[in-house]
Design a protein around this ligand. Structure first.
Ligand code: SAM
Length: 366
């Protein structure tokens, strides 16, 4: 998919799905941060676009503003929005849309037009720091390609408490240009390492795909020190990877909310959207959760062992594609139908098939 040249362009079905995820997640993010009573929060849209598509659908910066406006009761924290768009016509278009919106006094919007994300981030960072720390931030990094997305910015953001990144990794474009001699320094910057060079020797497309995906995850964990990382894959109807979305957070609650947003995506038939973190466990979203697959995940981890319900839930949320709302049905079946688990301890009065207390101890048969 070549990058469009026009100021506004057509909204692809998978972009609509990406926007639905962003909106649902931002709704949850705003709840979490306002309940935590942070006085200021920051939404960064590093590759903001023009704010709308050719048929009038909103772009990501307008979605973020509208989500914050619709929040009830109204948000009282100061919300900073930093929208960066290198193309001056696109940024002017975005500005004209934002100017038409009636925004409350606690919304502070900066539109950096004609600037790169990297330059604008460096320029504004000091203004978003309090006592040397960045205020709680959600950074959406949504480029057309790979240049201008230095991994050092991901590291800088994620070094701070309560900050999160959501990166669109344009796999298709990256894969096509990764051997190009002019792009070496851009790829070094993008991955934050020269290790991507090893992919040039891989001729099998699947191996190459996995290598680049896994390298970015590794960098997020190891070079940026992010505790929870998940990746999601958007494929076209021929099952070719279009892009990955990488989400990084240090908060378990954030991870739960992002997975919730992912599971609720509606597929149009023109794309397939799946959890891609584990190559052997690709789980499609938009479908009923696959109970057999979740059971295999549970047995892989707990077979022959004892575990509290709380531990099982953490495992499901952190290490599988599934949600905290999915696993109890599977446990119930394993207890009441197949007898693959037994209850070692439970509070008085617990009924079979119920796992309300996180302290219930479950014994998985060997
Ligand atoms: C994929 S589009 C963004 C779409 C938008 N986030 C949305 O979801 O509606 C990427 C945008 O980044 C802009 N861009 C390209 N390089 C940039 C850079 N280095 N810094 C900031 N913006 C850039 C492009 O002009 C384009 O409008």
């Amino acid at each position: 998919m070549a990058a469009p040249k026009a100021t506004v362009w057509e909204l692809a079905p998978h972009t609509r799905a990406k926007h639905a995820i962003l909106k649902r997640y931002l709704q949850a993010w705003m709840v979490i941060l306002s309940q935590a009573k942070f006085p200021e929060i920051l939404y960064i849209d590093g590759f903001a676009g023009p704010g709308e598509y050719d048929k009038g659908d909103p772009g990501s910066p307008v979605i973020a503003l509208q989500t914050a406006l619709d929040y009830r009761p109204p948000l009282t924290a100061k919300i900073h929005f930093l929208f960066v768009e290198k193309d001056k016509e696109r940024s002017a278009h975005l500005k004209s849309l934002v100017d038409k919106m009636t925004l409350p006094a606690n919304f502070a919007v900066i539109i950096e037009g004609g600037e790169t994300f990297e330059a604008a981030f460096g320029k504004h960072l000091p203004a978003y720091q309090r006592n040397g720390r960045l205020i709680p931030t959600f950074a959406f990094i949504d480029p057309f390609g790979w240049s201008g997305v230095p991994f050092s910015i991901v590291q800088q953001i994620m070094r701070q408490r309560s900050c999160e990144v959501f990166v669109n990794f344009m796999y298709d474009e990256i894969n096509r240009f990764i051997g190009h001699p002019d792009q070496v320094s851009n790829f070094n910057e993008f991955f934050g390492t020269t290790a991507w060079e090893a992919c040039k020797a891989l001729t099998n497309p699947r191996e190459r795909n996995r290598f680049l995906h896994d390298l970015y995850i590794k960098q997020m964990h190891e070079a940026a020190g992010i505790k929870y990382v998940r990746s999601f894959k958007m494929s076209n109807d021929k099952d070719v990877t279009d892009y990955f979305l990488f989400y990084g957070t240090n908060e378990l609650l954030g991870l739960k909310k992002m997975k919730e947003a992912m599971w609720r995506v509606d597929e149009s038939g023109e794309f397939r959207f799946s959890d891609a973190t584990d190559p052997h466990q690709a789980v499609l979203f938009g479908n009923e959760p696959n109970a057999e697959q979740l059971k295999r995940n549970l047995l892989g981890q707990f077979k022959g062992k004892k575990a509290k319900v709380g531990e099982i839930e953490d495992f499901v949320v952190v290490h599988t594609a599934f949600r905290e709302t999915h696993y109890k049905k599977v446990l119930k079946n394993m207890e009441t139908a197949t007898a693959e688990i037994a209850i070692d301890w439970a509070p008085e009065g617990r009924k079979r098939g119920q796992y309300g207390s996180k302290d219930i101890v479950i014994s998985f048969k060997p």
